[in-house]
Design a protein around this ligand. Structure first.
Ligand code: ADP
Ligand code: ASP
Ligand code: MG
Length: 406
């Protein structure tokens, strides 16, 4: 008998028919003799709707009241799935985070899990009852409701797998596993049998939302066996592993993209201290600037370019206007029409060929690279949004990732 955590995402629980299908998947594992705890997301689209309600009333800040609103979607699906399991003759009950509790810090909309008490869930297991845990939510020691960042039900599932010493954490979603690129955009994307934690983390951080980046980080740290599977069709899925043999000739394992970011350029910043004030004022408000590039100009001034989430723009521009008044740079230019493409692979360590292929491929298509950033196993470029699909497909081909479809 294995202990399994099964997590089902938004499209998997999108309606009552889907919930009944999820209940059958859970029953199959129970019938195979396994002990199962389930984690659910909100129904597809619900969290976005809840975000828009809270944003309409309070656009300038993100507070714990936003979290109370956002967390409500998972309450609905946890209760509904428990009902669906009961209907199949299984013993089941729902758990909200405060009932376990899943203790977090108090950072609004991006709380970190500090501890998960196991007593409640272990008791549930002993009674042969299937716990259905509302994902994405936590509670502070002052009993405030928190949420774990978008896609955070993945983090709930991995953290539960750690706390309950589960044998495996299965993330059920609407694709058959992790692909070499988003299969909804790249027709020739191939499903990967395995991917390393490090590669998956880079892909997830750069927009491959099939897994939340923080959940991968947590799984890597605690060596949780993590699989990505479809709740729509039976298939092998993808296993996230520590190491894998590099397939000969493949430098790149996958390509991620995001169009959720905007590029901000600040013109004629007077001195070095200005830089710290600008980036600092954003970080103080939990706004993360990425791909920061400084261009020194001849008169001792410089321009600063960075990207940030489009959803943070409304809050960022007034903060930057304040800094502008204090240190006196001349202009703030915002460009929302950008996309970031990131190629990722352990095979690119110490291999410069990749840079050549990337730039040559984009240049041949007349696609201009606006910003570049790298890590040991990733190369990211910012390009014009209108070239995103073309860049994804041509790079996918150029790096020999295309599946041979007949
Ligand atoms: P869930 O609601 O189940 O958590 P998400 O929408 O968060 O599902 O993540 C699944 C989606 O991730 C897929 O529908 C797919 O479009 C997208 N995706 C992006 N990159 C990849 C990739 N490399 N492999 C698989 N799916 C990807
Ligand atoms: N429902 C939340 C979201 O849409 C959490 C999740 O789906 O994992 O971000
Ligand atoms: Mg998700």
């Amino acid at each position: 008998m294995a202990r399994l955590i099964l997590k089902f995402g938004g499209t998997s629980v999108a309606n009552v028919v889907r919930l009944e299908q999820v209940a059958r998947i859970v029953k199959k594992e129970i019938d195979a003799g396994h002990q199962v705890a389930v984690v659910v997301s909100a129904m597809a689209g619900i969290t976005n709707e809840l975000v828009s309600f809270a944003h309409a009333l309070c656009p300038s800040d993100v507070t714990l009241e936003h979290d109370v609103v956002l967390a409500s979607g998972e309450q609905v699906t946890s209760g509904l799935l428990a009902l669906a399991l009961q209907r199949l003759g299984l013993k089941s009950r729902s758990y909200l985070s405060w009932q376990i509790p899943i203790l977090t810090d108090a950072s609004p909309s991006q709380a970190k899990i500090l501890n998960i008490a196991t007593h409640e869930l272990e008791t549930c297991f002993k009674e042969n009852c299937i716990p259905v845990v509302a994902g994405f939510q936590g509670v502070t020691e002052n009993r405030r409701v928190t949420t774990l960042g978008r896609g955070g039900s993945d983090a709930t599932a991995v953290a539960l797998a750690v706390a309950l010493k589960a044998d495996c954490c299965d993330i059920y979603t609407d694709v058959n596993g992790v692909y070499t690129a988003d299969p909804r955009l790249v027709f020739y994307a191939q499903k990967l049998e395995t991917i390393t934690y490090a590669e998956m983390f880079e892909l997830a951080s750069q927009g491959a939302k099939v897994l939340q980046a923080r959940s991968v980080e947590l799984a890597m740290k605690h060596k949780v066996k993590l699989r990505v599977l479809s709740s729509f069709s039976e298939s092998e899925g993808t296993t996230v592993v520590e190491e894998r043999n590099k397939v000969e000739g493949t430098l790149i394992s996958g390509i991620a993209h995001t169009q959720n970011e905007a590029k901000v350029t600040l013109i004629d910043i007077p001195d070095q201290n200005g830089m710290a004030a600008i980036v600092g004022s954003l970080f103080e408000h939990q706004i993360c600037a990425d791909m920061i590039v400084q261009n020194s100009l001849q008169d001792g001034k410089s321009n600063l370019t960075f990207v940030l989430q489009k959803s943070d723009l409304d809050r960022s521009v007034p903060l930057l206007e304040d800094v502008k008044k204090k240190i006196g740079f001349t202009d703030i230019i915002v460009n929302k029409e950008i996309a970031k493409i990131s190629v990722v692979g352990i095979g690119m360590r110490s291999n410069l060929e990749i840079v050549t292929i990337l730039f040559k491929t984009l240049a041949e298509r007349g696609i201009n690279v606006q910003i570049i950033s790298t890590s040991e196993i990733r190369l990211s470029v910012v390009i014009d949004l209108k070239h995103m699909s073309e860049a994804l497909e041509t790079l996918h081909t150029a790096f020999n990732l295309d599946e041979k479809k007949v």
